[in-house]
Design a protein around this ligand. Structure first.
Ligand code: GDD
Ligand code: MG
Length: 193
């Protein structure tokens, strides 16, 4: 284990509305052995899970398309983003979360999933660790139309598309969500389809 280079951590709550924003002040030991005081704002939404759903026989995958306000205010012309099925853990274990999200968002009840990566989403600013999964779906696992929770005004379009088309979208820059890029590249590297 490497040497601990941080001490005197103080946390000040800046905002606690839907999620939590803290201002964290701490002493940090620079590589030149000098202690300095640093401040970092840290946004805490808990951890998340996402999944690439694929069907080998059909050569297809399932993605979602939904409006994302933060992208709309940062250059995404209509605000819609193509993404893997994903959600926040909400106190669930990652595997239970992604099975629940898959049923809510795209309407398939999975029996099993495979964890492939764990990674921090945006390590300079967010606490969130993302749990990445892959999972095989088939027509007989379909239990509802998907679309997300009406109670939360989720409005998710389910996209079942050929894997080839997804790769074309990836290569032409039409997929702009990092998590989705990560799992599509996993599928290519591991020749999943
Ligand atoms: N009222 C309110 N609702 C919010 C707010 N922020 C999010 N929500 C609602 O909270 C729900 C969260 O849905 P999930 O499916 O659990 O999460 P997600 O938004 O899809 O998040 C996934 O993608 C994120 C990246 O885009 C990931 O950061 C996250 O870990 C997860 O994978 C959605 O209904 C969303 O509309 C807010 O500030 N106010
Ligand atoms: Mg979601």
């Amino acid at each position: 284990m490497s040497k601990i280079r941080v001490k005197n951590i103080k946390t000040e709550l800046l905002s606690k509305q839907f999620y939590t924003l803290n201002k964290v002040t701490f002493d940090y030991l620079m590589k030149n052995e000098e202690w300095v005081t640093q401040v970092r704002e840290c946004y805490d939404r808990g951890d998340g899970a996402g999944i690439l759903l694929y069907n080998k026989e059909k050569g297809s995958i399932i993605l979602t398309r939904q409006f994302r306000m933060p992208t709309y205010i940062n250059g995404n012309s209509d605000g819609f983003l193509v993404e893997i099925c994903a959600g926040l853990l909400d106190k669930d274990q990652p595997e239970a979360c992604i099975i629940r999200e898959t049923e809510e968002e795209v309407g398939y009840r999975l029996k099993s999933v495979k964890k492939v990566y764990e990674a921090y989403s945006s390590p300079g600013v967010m606490t969130e660790k993302m749990h990445f999964f892959i999972g095989e779906y088939s027509n007989n696992m379909k239990v509802n139309a998907g679309g997300g929770l009406e109670s939360e005004h989720e409005d998710i379009e389910v996209m079942e598309i050929p894997f080839k088309e997804a790769i074309e979208m990836l290569n032409s820059g039409k997929i702009e969500d990092t998590r989705t890029i990560v799992l599509l590249q996993y599928a290519i590297i591991h020749k999943l389809l």
